[in-house]
Design a protein around this ligand. Structure first.
Ligand code: FOL
Length: 209
């Protein structure tokens, strides 16, 4: 039984990307992402699960994301990961096999237990994981959402599914956590106020179901 946490920065219209990259460059926000996804108890590591295009969008010098087990999903089994350091990267053909392999830790050289599993994008993987029913052994029960409030970034061409607006009443509704719950879960102090970097306004939110 693996609970998945999804982490994303999205505009009010759920825009997350443009021309195969992030529509903004927000160093402090990126630091928040790195801190949350990296933080794990001694002797354990978090996993970051991503689609192939998201892997390719990460600057080569930051790949694989350090101190985290990187799991890349590509249906193309001939795909060659472009990285000098493959020790903390795994390639899986699909989400079910990635999750199965994560739960069977570990026959490899690194004997580290996997702590939290983060879904870090992109749009295809966000959609696929958000559609896992809460009754299934693995599903997304938490969303760490950085809401980009302004500007509107109308040029976005990839979107997060609108997980808060589901018409299906049989699906458990999402509720926003308090700021204290967010800080307790991430384990560090998070600014409560609207943040501003380079004229971009955003806030840190956490949602659970
Ligand atoms: N979630 C949030 N909140 N913000 C994001 O920017 C974000 N980005 C992705 C997924 N979830 C997110 C996917 N895109 C890097 C680059 C792109 C990316 C994810 C990560 C990256 O280079 N990360 C480095 C940070 C290096 C730095 O400090 O600038 C890392 O170590 O995590």
């Amino acid at each position: 039984m693996t609970r998945l946490s999804l982490i994303v920065a999205a505009t009010v219209s759920n825009g997350i990307g443009q021309s195969s990259r992030l529509p903004w460059r927000l160093p402090q926000e990126m630091t928040y992402f790195a801190r949350i996804t990296s933080g794990a108890p001694e002797g354990t590591k978090n996993a970051v699960v991503m689609g192939r295009k998201t892997w390719e969008s990460i600057p080569a010098k930051f790949r694989p994301l350090r101190d985290r087990l990187n799991v890349v999903i590509s249906r193309n089994q001939d795909y060659q990961l472009q990285t000098a350091n493959t020790s903390s990267v795994r390639l899986n053909a699909d989400l079910p096999s990635a999750l199965t392999e994560l739960s069977m830790q570990d026959s490899g050289s690194e004997k580290t237990d996997v702590n939290r599993v983060f879904i870090i994008g992109g749009a295809t993987l966000y959609k696929e994981t958000l559609e896992l029913p809460p009754s299934s052994p693995t599903f997304v029960d938490r969303v760490l959402l950085t809401r980009i409030l302004s500007p509107s970034f109308d040029e976005c061409d990839v979107f997060l599914p609108d997980f808060l607006k589901t018409e299906d009443v049989t699906i458990t509704r999402w509720s926003r956590c308090t700021h204290e719950e967010l800080q307790d879960w991430v384990g560090f102090e998070v600014p409560r106020e609207i943040q501003e970097e380079k004229g971009v306004q955003y806030e840190f939110q956490m949602w659970t179901r």
